[in-house]
Design a binder for this molecule. Sequence first.
Ligand code: SF4
Length: 193
Amino acid sequence: MSAVSVRRRELYGKLKRDVAETIISQALMLLGYSSEKNYRRIAAGVNRIAKTEHQRLIASWIENWVSEGNPGSTFLTRLLRGVSPKVRKNYLANMLASLFFRDQQIYDRMRAQYGFNPPSVMLVSPTMRCNYKCVGCYAGEYTTEDDLPPEVFDRVVTEAERIGIKFMPILGGEPFVYRPLLDVFKKHPKACF
Ligand code: SF4
């Protein structure tokens, strides 16, 4: 496939995700005031539009998760009523769109180059320090000298995004004692930390 076709496919994939993100974001606004029955209707709708094996897997997981007796509906109700509309739009919608419409071109490229898919999650610990000193915990042994320099943390996140990783749980120690944390987050609005 030519470089132009690859680029075109990448742009098409990005467009699909952006449209999905907008739709999900609108749906989340409505869901904030919705009933549990509607979650199940929406999950069934998602199941109907799922085309690829990956999408079908996620859709059926969602359908099962919000079905009666399972915790999804309660979790969603609390989450959607408790978080600000901005978080719903920028974080949840982006996360769901990325999950459902993952960047197939990146996966194809990685498989061709290295023979395996990139991981879908990166756990990162910019600092091992903590403001507590619990007995037996390793965190007390670390100092600021052991922290990742902010430019290294930023680079690691940038490289992860480049290979399609969107989810980056931050481990510690206690991440909030790392002063550049929020500055690095700000530079990566599409990542879910
Ligand atoms: S990382 Fe957890 S266990 Fe360790 S000192 Fe901090 S709060 Fe305590």
